[in-house]
Design a protein around this ligand. Sequence first.
Ligand code: KG4
Length: 340
Amino acid sequence: MSTIILGIESSCDDTSAAVICDGVLLSNVIASQAVHEAYGGVVPELASRAHQQNILPVVSEAVKRAGIDKSELNAIAFTRGPGLLGSLLVGTSFAKGLAASLNVPMVEINHLQAHVLAHFIRQSADDTTMPPSFPFLCLLVSGGNSQIIKVNSYYDMEIVGQTIDDAAGEAFDKCAKVMGLGYPGGPVVNRLGNIGNPTAFTFSKPHVPGYDYSFSGLKTSFLYTLRDRLEKDPTFIETHREDLCASLQRTVVDILMDKLRKASKDLKINEVAVAGGVSANTALRDAFHEHAVKYGWRIHIPPFAFTTDNAAMVAITGYFKYLHQDFCPMDATPFSRTVI
Ligand code: KG4
């Protein structure tokens, strides 16, 4: 008997649904919300309205593309948090209605755990990619989180270090915003940074003990550089955009890798993965490959499709929790913030 799970993701500004059968992905549908572009960031109220418009067609399409009938679903997995409450409410309510109508259990999913377990998605029945073996370290880097997680099993994760202020993605987004590069800034900084000189500017790096991160000092140092240089040359940003992006990107990657290297050395774990939106960054990916060669790391880098928010990661986490018979009651409510 196969186990077929529907995953629903609605924590921020992507409405997504995916179907997984015995760990193999059958479909993954994502509707992104362009409505926020004009505002330079996600507007929560607009996000929940867009989720309401998108959720039914997205789920129907995921079931259709999977080539199954919804009556074959064994459980409905949904992102319970962390994220925007109004957005989460749309996915949670839809999951409740669908689970009740099909008389199947619901599985609540922590969005951060789902990013980590995305490494276990098999993209087809003959996908031979080796998933990480336990225990492994996962660098989880997104717009809201920067964490080093020790993953002991599908069900047991410990936060080894995390940001004490801004997340890595926020550093990219905020610095991009002041350069007039739009939102989200990460992909643009990445593209421009790859053609600039990464040593053109030096920005300050944090001195935080242990394995924790901090990115607010980098942001301030970036802003001061712009302010000082713009006073003398009003065209400074225009003429130095690529070098600014390259130097910012290098500094973020250095900060991330310094702590990850320390954690790997101290905990004696060479199996190292990366996850979350910022894991799409090509300089960060290059740094992982360099560490694999230099320090003998066995690295795990997700396909680009699984770096940003998607329901495939929710469905795979739901699959493991289903095997563990870890269901949630019908009165489960979303939460906006949490730790793993
Ligand atoms: O995980 P994610 O899609 O959303 C949440 O935060 O939940 O991550 C979004 C973040 C944004 O800050 C975005 O700028 C960043 O990921 N990002 C990147 C790249 N692609 C997305 N940052 C750097 N380089 C990229 N290529």
